[in-house]
Write a protein that binds this ligand. Structure first.
Ligand SMILES: [Zn+2]
Length: 348
């Protein structure tokens, strides 16, 4: 099969579109013919550049964390999905070997790795995954949409509800409005009945947040974030901040938007990662700050339901053939795209 593979870390040019051996499904595994896989700033570009040393990737490597496609072969002991099923692959790959995995409790596997990071991923014509991570997708959504929605929807659900305890009558501030996770956060919170304020560092990115359902938006390069949110909420502030950028300039401004007993949830640090915490605000307002990664099977099911109902959509900026993987990486590294960049290996 063809794959976008690299033999050493480096600039996008290290990506080679070339022939590698076809994967074969072992016990409990399936082979998926890939129709779409997203390209991400950290999990693809930074890993390829060799900047993610703690992830322990060893070239030669094939990235691709969230492939969607059609099951074309199944190994022994696979009851579902059947050949021909349209699926999207979850990124957390259980080992299939430990006690938890043998008992069928794949979520509890302690040796799990990330697809396309700890093992070869979906930047190829075919990808091999455990059957348990290949979830059937609704007929109503295409492969690019499925890959993008399942990349961020379950995390958004986990942060908003399991971690952030969002209630229907609450007001939430979603940072990084047009980013994949931000856009999922806006739609999931809206579908839950919350009032949603979105914020981003450019007016066209705020406009994307509004287009996907936010009630109000703030361009924090044009006006003070805290002041704008306080004005909109008539001095009340918000109950929950959905952070995912960790920018040292905007993070303290977002925290200051919280009302008493407010919560801030976060996953993501592409805006810098180190921020200043005003402990006076923290304790005077009885605030709580949570970080979390990962998601549950229930988060995945809830994501698929919302997607099927058309309440959770992805914004796709451009679809490249797999042979254009290097160009796709350059596209992301050249700036901040307004939607997801996707590879489709069926286009060549
Ligand atoms: Zn395991």
């Amino acid at each position: 099969m063809k794959a976008a593979i690299y033999d050493q870390f480096g600039p996008p040019d290290v990506l080679q579109y070339r022939e590698i051996p076809d994967p074969e499904a072992g016990t409990g595994e399936v082979i998926v013919k890939v129709h779409a896989v997203t390209v991400n700033r950290v999990l693809n570009c930074a890993v390829r550049a060799g900047e993610q040393t703690r992830r322990n990737v060893k070239p030669p490597h094939v990235g691709g964390v969230d492939p969607a496609g059609v099951v074309v072969s199944v190994g022994e002991d696979v009851e579902s999905p059947a050949i021909g099923t349209r699926v999207a692959c979850l990124s957390r790959i259980p080992c299939l070997d430990c006690g938890s995995c043998e008992a069928g409790n794949f979520e509890d596997c302690e040796n799990s790795v990330m697809l396309g990071v700890g093992c070869y991923g979906g930047d190829a014509e075919f990808v091999k995954v455990p059957a348990s991570v290949a979830v059937q997708i609704p007929d109503t959504i295409n492969f690019a949409e499925a890959a993008a929605v399942l990349r961020h929807g379950p995390t958004a659900h986990n942060l908003l509800f399991d971690t952030g305890d969002l209630k229907a009558d609450e007001t939430i501030l979603v940072m990084g409005a047009a980013g994949g996770l931000g856009l999922a956060g806006i739609q999931v919170a809206k579908a839950a009945g919350a009032r949603v304020i979105c914020a981003a560092g450019a007016s066209e990115r705020v406009a994307v947040g509004i287009e996907y359902g936010a009630d109000f938006g703030v361009d924090y390069t044009a006006e003070d974030l805290t002041e704008a949110v306080m004005r909109y909420t008539e001095g009340q502030g918000v109950n929950l901040v959905f952070e995912n950028i960790s920018n040292p300039l905007t993070w303290p401004k977002a925290l200051a938007c919280l009302q008493k007993f407010g919560r801030l949830v976060t996953a993501g640090s592409h805006g810098g990662g180190k921020v200043e915490l005003d402990c006076g605000i923290l304790y005077h307002r009885n605030l709580r700050i949570f970080g979390a990664t990962g998601n549950t099977d229930a988060n995945v099911e809830d994501t698929l339901l919302l997607a099927e109902e058309g309440k959770l959509r992805a914004k796709i900026e451009k679809i490249y053939p797999l042979s254009g993987a290097a160009e796709a990486h350059r596209h992301i590294e050249a700036g901040v795209p307004l939607g997801k960049i996707v590879l489709d290996p069926t286009l060549g």
